[in-house]
Design a protein around this ligand. Sequence first.
Ligand SMILES: [Zn+2]
Length: 483
Amino acid sequence: MSTINWEQEVEKRKEELIATTQRFLQIDSVLDPDTAGEGAPFGEGVQAALQFALQTCEEAGMTIKNINGYAGHAEFGQGDECIGVLSHVDVVPPGDGWTIPPFAADIIEGKIIARGALDDKGPAMAAIFAAKIIKELGLPLQKRVRLIFGTDEESGWECVKRYFETEEMPTMGFTPDADFPLIYAEKGLTHLVLRQTSESFDQLTHKNRLDASQEGATQLLSFHAGMRVNMVPEIAEAELACHPEQAAAWTEAYQIYLEKGQRRGHITQTDKGVAFSLQGVSVHGMDPGKGVNAGAYLAKFLQNCDLDVRGRAFVDFIATYLFEQHDGATMGIKVEDQEMGPLTMNPGIFHYVAGEEVRFDLNIRYPHSILFEQWKPKLEQVASEHGYFLEIITHKKPHRVDPTHPLVTTLQRVYTERTGEKAELLAIGGGTYGRALDVGVAFGPLFPGRQDTAHQRDEYLLVEDLLKATAIYAQAIFELAKE
Ligand SMILES: [Zn+2]
């Protein structure tokens, strides 16, 4: 059995693999609520892609099942245990600026260029052909293999939710929807909101015996920054009501603040007073220290302005707890573990309108050595001291498979045998589709050093990498299912 030449087996099927991948990519499988209906909850394009994947598997002799259009699977092999390979057939909208049409799937200079080439239809087809090779060679298996196809990975993950309500959870498995060598651990992910109503603030000021005599001369009318909780806000804007002389003084002070910090921004005088804007550097919220949070930097300046009580409390809260506080230290929730690194906090959305509700959206990612229940009360405590309620919008626990688990060690060994490279284990702050499996890791398809074009224009997968990944997946599925 050890004499199977996996690369050669892929090579024999190369033309068919490439042509089938191209046809798969030519189906526009962007979520489309307009064409959604019974059996096609995410639209006709997504459904056509699911059917294409299932049909390709059926033609290869696997048994298929479509779960009401939410997901589907193709199965072969025998035994009680089940090895899962989870991929998805939906893609994000292509956007503009492509050099060739995004659903043409042309091959240029060894690259298959198409929306979904890398994420995730190319690798899904690699997994299908990997399974096909095992079947065609008639290799004996002691377990069942199930290729599972999701249809809603790029938005709400309703597909896997619905799928696992009625379908079996594989004993173990992998998803070809991230990076090689192997991602075995992902931080816990939360979207939390701190909310303060006028009433909750009034109660607080009453308790703290603040009164109108402490009221500043300037009113903070509004403050906004950020659009998405998992991104560092790029732009912040604030409006103040004040006297014209005051506005002139701040214009000068703000210019100095911007110059000192080498930030870009504007200040303009308005009917009521002044309007500020500040430009930060937006990066992904999993690594907020790499960006510049526009909201935090604008609030820091506004601390100098003689604001009304609530406005001042708002900017002080930001300056104390959110300004350059990527690890939540002042919140008292800082924690770091050797394996997964530090807890990270990204204040992704700031919202303030005078007299209305104040809101911060936080994206906190935490390592597995601390429980959500351990740090959440600390955050809640700080929040309530400042008149905020903590609301949990989403919470996903850390996901981790023990590095000594046979799933991890087998995939590591296969990767090394097929590439000659050491298979370093990765722990990340992001989330992969692997967490939809109870015992699941992410395994490819992006090789180290390759450009990650997922979700970008001119997304591509090198033909060479498609073939290499297929050989790796074939051996991986066989080794996991053979005994
Ligand atoms: Zn994906």
